[in-house]
Design a protein around this ligand. Structure first.
Ligand code: HEM
Length: 521
């Protein structure tokens, strides 16, 4: 053998031995949990690029194998043999609470490597940890109060009305929507744009900006659609002559300059008594009122405004689309919900924010869709020190065990696993909104927004928007599936509502629906 070949083989053998050594070390230290072997870590390259198959666990493995993975044990140790870090995956929310709770005594933290997309516009609430998180929470928290929710309700109503008018549905008896996600994404985007950023936005096509450049709302839309690209594509690629990359680069530059100016202007208008109630304005107000050592700098204010877009746009839109998919195949539930809408709001009146709590069945159809296809599908943390977990015994056995967890262990709370765990849900495979009827609006029994201090800050933003939009839509229209020739409703449901994948959020693949105008007597 040639000396170079000998060197290469030796090098490869060292790599293999190092891999075996590190895997043995890691698996010994978390030996309490059963091991599942896979070639690659599902969320790291190359595993994330490959589809889940008989030999590979790709990035949607927890969806594809949701009825098998936790059959025998609620927590498993997923061990990638060829590349990536081994880690625990759990479907037990009692363990989840210990990991994602986020108290100042917590031994678990978010990992910077998983936060790159969220950090693209500045440090923010969703990415910060410890004292930094508390500082951000003091300023961002006050923005999410009754004034914002009233605005979300009002704007949802206005946007719905614009949509019906501008899409030309007003005079139609039947509307076929080829991709319902296009509608829900536009709605959720306009809501974040108006109520999060305080930019006036309508369903109509945007007018040209006064300076002839790209309208700010359009720049925001392009950034929302391309932010991931911006995080992962090397900087030099932006300057190559690919029109879509150039456009994304220009949009980012324009928005960045605009936001810097906006912070200064908003500070001035707040000092002069600005009474707007969008989250950005209230956050700037809270920042002005804070002692200087707790204040956020301009970039942090911008980072937090953008987090509303990245955390709240696709999640809400995909959950709304899923709700409409489940409505299309559940006529009886749709009628039951309509009955509540008619008794609370009636056939003609504009729904008001005070109706929100009375429309619990409308909220329940959204909750149940979000349970079955949880947009926030994984909560990933790492142990920051040697610690322990209290692991409940299997269902039917009282008590729990204390299990040591070494520093550095990565733990993923698998929200699909949690939402399909029979410990928490009777008949978890069935779409059954009645499980949520009458549930107090902020109850932690509903876990798809996470739990504890680090739970979703936008939960009420999303549920107010969803309740208002669904009440309006279901009052005016019957939602039906758009069937293939000869297809039954059940077959449509099985095909469409199980075709679920992951971009960053979890979502049903694009699907069409049909709306038939209701005739209220
Ligand atoms: C159906 C819609 C939504 C779902 C399912 C959802 C789900 C979640 C989940 C599971 C988390 C916890 C993530 C983790 O700990 O790793 C979270 C955090 C967060 N969400 Fe949402 N979310 C939704 C809508 C929104 C909206 C509309 C906004 C803002 C307007 C928002 C803002 C946030 C923020 C700021 C955090 C970070 C909170 C913190 O770390 O203190 N979310 N969301």
């Amino acid at each position: 053998m040639k000396p170079t070949a000998v060197l290469l083989v030796t090098y490869l053998m060292i790599l293999v031995l190092r891999r075996i050594f590190s895997l043995v070390k890691v698996t010994r230290t978390t030996s309490h949990f059963p091991k599942l072997y896979t070639p690659f870590q599902p969320f790291a390259l190359p595993g994330a690029l490959l589809k889940t198959s008989s030999w590979n666990d790709g990035r949607d493995w927890h969806w594809v194998r949701r009825f098998q993975t936790y059959n025998k044990n609620e927590t498993v140790n997923l061990i990638p043999i060829l590349s990536g870090i081994p880690g625990l995956w759990t479907s037990n929310m009692d363990i989840g609470r210990q990991i994602v709770g986020g108290s100042h005594r917590s031994s678990f933290a978010k990992m910077d490597s998983k936060n790159r997309t969220l950090l693209a516009w500045g440090m923010n609430l969703a990415s910060a940890e410890g004292a930094m998180w508390r500082k951000h929470r003091r300023i961002v928290g006050p923005a999410f109060g009754p004034e914002l929710y009233k605005l979300v309700w009002k704007k949802t109503f206005e946007i719905y009305r614009d949509m019906i008018e501008i899409e030309g549905w007003k005079d139609r008896e039947i509307v076929k929507i080829p991709v319902i996600q296009n509608i829900t994404l536009k709605l959720a985007f306009l809501l974040i744009s108006t109520c999060g950023f305080g930019f006036p936005s309508t369903w109509a096509t945007l007018p040209q900006a006064a300076d002839g450049g790209m309208p700010i709302q359009e720049a925001l839309k392009i950034v929302a659609d391309n932010n991931r690209l911006y995080t992962f594509v090397p900087k030099w690629l932006w300057y190559l002559p690919f029109p879509s990359l150039r456009e994304a680069h220009i949009a980012r530059g324009r928005l960045s300059a605009f936001m810097q100016k906006q912070v200064i202007e908003r500070k001035g208008s707040v000092a002069a008594g600005d009474t707007r109630t969008d989250a950005f304005t209230i956050m700037v107000q809270a920042n002005q009122d804070e002692a200087s050592k707790y204040q956020l700098d301009d970039q942090e204010l911008i980072g937090n405004t953008f987090i509303f877009l990245f955390a709240g746009h696709e999640t809400t839109a995909n959950s709304l689309a899923a709700t409409l998919g489940f409505m299309a195949i559940n006529e009886v539930i749709q009628d039951e919900v309509l009955e509540q809408i008619m008794s609370v709001v009636g056939p003609d009146r504009d729904p008001e924010y005070d109706d929100y709590l009375k429309l619990d069945k409308v909220l329940a159809i959204f909750y149940e869709a979000t349970r079955m296809i949880p947009a926030g599908h994984v909560l990933i943390r790492q142990a920051t020190e040697d610690t322990v977990l209290t692991v409940p015994n299997p269902v039917g056995e009282d008590g729990s065990k204390t299990v040591p967890i070494p520093k550095g262990t990565e733990i993923t709370v698998d929200m699909v696993g949690v939402q399909y765990n029979p410990r928490y849900f009777e008949d978890p495979k069935t779409y059954k909104p009645s499980r949520w009827y009458g549930l107090p609006a902020d109850s932690e029994l509903f876990t798809a927004f996470s739990v504890g201090p680090r739970a979703c800050l936008g939960r009420k933003f999303a549920t107010v928007e969803a309740t208002c939009f669904l009440a309006l839509l279901l009052r005016d229209w019957q939602v039906l599936p758009f069937l293939h020739a000869g297809e039954t409703k059940e077959a449509w449901g099985a095909r469409v509502m199980n075709d679920v994948g992951i971009s960053i959020t979890m979502k049903a693949a694009d699907f069409p629906i049909k709306l038939v105008k209701r005739k209220h007597t």
